[in-house]
Each structure stands twice: as C-alpha cells, then as structure tokens.
Design a protein around this ligand. Structure first.
Ligand SMILES: C[S@@+](CC[C@H](N)C(=O)[O-])C[C@H]1O[C@@H](n2cnc3c(N)ncnc32)[C@H](O)[C@@H]1O
Length: 253
C-alpha cells in the first residue's frame, strides 16, 4: 500500500483560520506528523489520527530533518492518508522542499494545502496593512535563522533594508543582531518596528523603533513572534509603545 502525503498549512494558530480543505483532511487523516507550533485546537480536529510531534523549536532539541524525511516516506507505506502539518503556510520557512524532494524521489503521491502565514495574522492583529499607498510598495519576508550546520550570513538584511516593509520570521531571539544588521545596511534607528507574538491565539504586541528592537523583544513571552519593520507600522508602533516591562510581566503571569 502507498498512501498520499498532504503537506498542510495549519495557519497561525486559531483553528477557525484553517482552510476548509485542511480541516477536512485533518478529520480523515490516519496519521498526523506535526510541527511544535501547531496549536492544540487545530490538532483536536484529527479525531481518528495518530499524532506525532516532529517539531523543531529554536534552542531546544529537535527532530533531525533527514529523519523526518525518512519518516514521511515510511508513513506513506503504512497509512492511506498522512497529513504533514506545518505552522502557517507550508511553503514558507518550513523545510517543505526537502520533504517534497524525499517524497517525490520515493514515488509517493503528495499534495500541498496552503495555509495563512503568520504575517497575515499579525497584520490583522495590529490592523495595519503591509502595503500602503505612497508608503509601502514592497514587502519582504526574511529570517536571520539558519539550520544547524549552515553558516550564518547577513544577506537577508540587505534584502530587508531594500524593501519598504520587512517581515522578520524567527528573529525575536536575535533582535539585537537584526537591529544592528539593518542599521548597518542604512535603515534609520527611528524606523517604526512592531513585534507580534502568538498572532491569532492570545497575541501580544509591543512597538517602538528599530533602535529599540532589543527592548521591544525583551517584553515578549516565549511564543512565536514576528518583527515588522517599516513606515507602514508607524501607527501601530506608537499605539503599542507604552508597553512597559510591568505590563509584559503581568501578561506572562
Ligand atoms: C519555522 S517558521 C514557520 C513559518 C510558517 N510557515 C508561516 O507561514 O507562518 C516559524 C516562525 O514563524 C513565526 N510565527 C509562526 N506562528 C506565529 C504566530 N502565530 N504569531 C507570530 N509569529 C508566528 C515566528 O517567527 C516563528 O518563529
């Protein structure tokens, strides 16, 4: 028997932000291999499936990617319907290509179901458009994070500095590096910056300027977070600039 593997986007967290197709597949799945960031309310839709967390979290022990690739191939030989569930959209910062390549090489049928990426939930949370007439005509998605064993470089920073709006994934823990790299690329320290944590499920927002990015990030908890940088966020940055460490301590308590 060879089943089908569906690479499914779990969206940013809230179950009602899943696509209808994703929800249907979760309900039909025999096996769900999911990322660490997938919320419990989304996983609860897999009513008949066995569930396996193969997630990676920064600075925590994680499942090796080559192992996940092999696991997917093996799972497809033992189950009719396998869902590989990834946070947000599977095709953005999710190592989807490596999994697709492994499945294709093994001749396993595979389909992709898009999801709402975290950035769209974050923009909704702060009610600020990523693009704005006269202010922002370009948006770039970047990350300073590299996989274990890969050399770090700052190529992402020049791309971010060249765009009107920069969205930094997996950047919270490296906020000082993000700040320094962007300022070194010519961005002013006064550029508005907003952090949105756990967008769509109990989110937290802090704002200010690029120069204060480290302080902004220090206010957040341990949920997944995005850094949004650009003039398009001036209003949200001002609205959330009053966040003090006491506010964030209260939130985390
Ligand atoms: C491995 S990347 C996966 C991104 C995902 N494929 C997407 O499209 O959103 C994980 C990073 O996405 C961001 N992220 C994911 N969910 C988030 C959420 N609900 N709120 C804010 N950021 C989130 C964080 O930067 C997190 O470290």
């Amino acid at each position: 028997m060879t089943g089908t593997v569906y690479l499914v986007g779990a969206g940013p967290g809230a179950a009602d932000l899943l696509t209808l197709r994703a929800a249907r597949l979760l309900g039909q799945a025999d096996l769900i291999l999911h990322d660490a960031l997938v919320s419990d309310e989304v996983l609860a839709l897999g009513i008949r499936a066995r569930k396996l967390n193969v997630g990676k979290r920064a600075n925590k022990p994680s499942t090796d990617q080559a192992f996940i690739n092999r696991l997917l191939v093996r799972a497809a030989h033992r189950n009719k319907l396998v869902v590989r569930l990834k946070g947000g959209d599977p095709m953005l910062f999710g190592r989807a290509q490596e999994e697709l390549d492994a499945l294709n090489a093994a001749g396993i049928p595979v389909e992709i179901v898009p999801g709402i990426s975290a950035v769209f939930a974050a923009a909704a949370e702060i009610a600020q458009s990523l693009t704005q007439r006269r202010l922002s005509r370009s948006v770039v998605f970047v990350t300073p994070a590299v996989a274990r064993g890969d050399a770090a470089d700052d190529g992402w920073a020049s791309a971010a500095a060249a765009a009107d709006t920069a969205v930094v994934y997996m950047g919270k823990a490296q906020a000082a590096r993000v700040r320094d790299a962007l300022i070194a690329c010519g961005l002013p320290a006064s550029r508005p910056a907003v952090l949105v944590e756990s967008a769509s499920f109990g989110s937290f927002v802090a704002g200010g300027t690029l120069g204060a990015l480290e302080d902004i990030a220090a206010q957040a908890g341990d949920g997944p977070a995005l850094l949004l940088i650009g003039e398009a966020f001036a209003e949200a940055a001002a609205r959330h600039a009053h966040q003090t460490s006491e506010v964030s301590t209260a939130r985390r308590a």
